[in-house]
Ligand binder design. Structure first.
Ligand code: NA7
Length: 549
């Protein structure tokens, strides 16, 4: 790496929910010199890129925000039950303006490499355009679902029409009018996109590899009565979010599915279906723990699908779901199953007729060729590890992150990686992250990292690194937590890395719940950051000579 480097205390990569709050904490609470580098042209992270038709957050808006500032909470009013990208971006812009964050964010700057300099105890960071930065602390705030997964289907380059990935949606939008559109993928994204694309496309063909459960979202404008409730109960709402496993503003029912009669169980599901949203998963305590309990919810949803979808063959393909309910990330939708009753929508079951190739004219399955003008890839992400591995990250002794994670991500608490001193990963693999309402997990991580850096500075420590043994043991706990649930039974899940060919099959997020995780993190901190190897400053006079505070 060459050229003069900008010197900083801390460098943050990414200006989404994580990066903005991390900047605020390190700059304004600890007084560090900090810069955020962001590849996009503006703030927003995931929400900057995910502007596909129907895009909407599955967390309820009154919980999908920061809770660290009472003033901010009181100033902001959400308009709908689930926020869409424009409203989330307006919110994040308000946050950036309120806390004067933009002056320390550089946009259109993509980090390509970050190498740890052992002698200087600094991170050397290089961008695509060759700029260099040196920082004592490097914080990755790159998001868990930001590396788009475009499957390598033979022939894509020969397609004569346009194709798009939902996670890299053109800022100017896409006009589907009069077009024959093919959509590959029926995860949370595909389930949101299909009903909206179908409204304007001449024809929509949905290519489904794995059928998915979905529950109505029941999105609607928020009524004044509810908004008043939110305004008056911030503390209570926050307390629920902090004490539940997934960080959502509702509690999981204490009853087990078989503790009530069949009629009552049915009534509980019916009410949850009417209410809509991810709360369906909270209908009974043991839905993601016990297969028989899960079957009752799964059967209920399958019956709903068969009742909604008129064509029996299509209904059968949509309801032929091969994994427990919520073992994959459970989607919520607006008229997804109803969309298949439209004359201009066709479902192709890829289990019966796999895709062979993409041709100039469309998609050819084993059974026939589907003529298309556009292809929408709703095919998800190289989740959690993908965004980190896209950067050439090297730790001590030139160890690359790719080498360190060859057998799957190894972290301590999802916060640090052995061999990579002073590198902190916000919502990294091994933390609850994607299993939660993200802003809650983000606030917890950012505050923990800030506390750790504050501790280091107070104690004259200049290097903090996850201990190898602590990381090993944490990895075993992450595995055990997953195995205590039904989640690993969905063997094709992106939680396991199964959606990306060649990716190690390791259950990546910590499934023990955010509340328990927070207690573990706090406990470790209170015991002097047990398991982290801390080194006192002084052994490296060169670092001090560089003028780091
Ligand atoms: P997901 O949940 O990973 O869904 C991707 C979908 O694309 C899923 O139906 C996949 O089928 C399908 N897919 C992926 N590759 C292929 C190929 N090669 N051929 C056919 N179908 C394919 O991504 P989303 O964007 O929907 O959601 C990601 C998260 O964002 C979501 O969970 C929320 O947290 C927000 P598969 O199931 O792998 O058979």
């Amino acid at each position: 790496m060459s050229g003069p480097a900008s010197q900083l205390d801390a460098l943050v990569i990414g200006a989404g929910f994580s990066g903005l709050y991390q900047l605020l904490c390190l700059r304004d609470r600890l007084g560090l010199s900090v810069k955020v580098l962001e590849a996009a042209a503006d703030i927003g992270g995931t929400w900057y890129w995910n502007r596909y038709p129907g895009a909407r957050c599955d967390s309820e808006s009154h919980s999908y925000c920061y809770f660290f500032s009472r003033e901010l909470l009181e100033e902001w009013t959400w308009s709908e039950r689930y926020p869409g990208p424009p409203e989330i971006l307006r919110y994040l812009n308000r946050v950036a303006d309120k806390f004067d964050l933009r002056r320390d964010i550089r946009f259109n700057v993509r980090v390509t490499a970050a190498h740890y300099d052992d002698k200087a105890n600094l991170w050397d960071v290089v961008t695509e355009s060759g700029e260099r930065y040196q920082a004592r602390y490097l914080v990755t705030a790159v998001g868990c679902l930001s590396a788009a997964n475009v499957p390598r289907i033979p022939g894509l380059e020969s397609f004569a029409g346009h194709w798009y990935h939902t996670g890299q949606w053109p800022q100017e939008g896409v006009d589907f009018r009069g077009k024959r559109v093919g959509q590959i993928g029926t995860g949370s994204t595909g389930i949101q996109a299909a009903p909206v694309i179908a409204q304007t496309a001449a024809h929509l063909t949905v290519f489904q590899r794995t059928a998915q459960y979905s529950v109505p979202a029941r999105n609607a404008p928020l009524q004044e009565e509810f908004l008043r409730y939110v305004r008056e109960h911030h503390d209570e709402i926050r307390e629920v979010m902090r004490s539940t496993p997934n960080g959502h503003p509702f509690r999981i029912d204490r009853r087990k599915a078989f503790e009530v009669s069949e009629a009552e169980r049915e009534a509980v599901y019916e009410a949850a279906w009417k209410k809509g949203g991810l709360q369906f998963r909270a209908s009974f305590h043991d839905l993601v723990l016990d297969k028989a309990a899960n079957d009752t919810a799964a059967e209920f949803i399958k019956r709903k699908i068969r009742a909604i979808v008129k064509d029996p063959k299509t209904a059968q393909a949509l309801a032929d779901i091969d994994h427990p309910y919520a073992a994959k990330r459970p989607p919520i939708d607006t008229d997804y199953f109803e969309t298949f009753n439209r004359d201009n929508v066709t479902l192709v079951d890829l289990r019966a007729e796999p895709i062979e190739r993409i041709t100039a004219a469309g998609i050819k399955t084993r059974a026939r060729e589907y003529a298309l003008d556009m292809i929408v890839f709703a095919t998800g992400f190289d989740a959690m590890t993908g965004p980190l591995l896209k950067i050439d990250i090297r730790g001590r002794d030139g160890l690359t992150l790719r080498e360190a994670w060859a057998a799957g991500p190894l972290t301590y608490l999802g916060l640090q990686v052995p061999g990579f001193p002073n590198l902190f990963t916000v919502t990294g693999p091994g933390s609850p992250s994607v299993l939660t309402n993200m802003p809650v997990a983000i606030e917890q991580h950012v505050e923990w990292i800030t506390g750790c850096i504050a501790y280091m500075r107070e104690k004259g420590i200049d290097r903090c690194e996850a201990g190898a043994e602590a990381a090993q043991k944490w990895g075993e706990r992450v595995n055990a937590a997953a195995n205590a649930t039904l989640l690993p039974l969905a063997t094709h899940s992106w939680y396991l890395g199964a959606n990306v060919p060649g990716k190690p099959r390791v259950f990546m997020p910590y499934a023990g719940g955010l509340a328990r995780y927070r207690a573990i993190c706090d406990d470790i901190a209170s015991r002097g950051y047990e398991g982290f190897v801390m080194r006192r400053a002084g052994a490296r006079p060169r670092a001090a000579a560089r003028g780091f505070r």
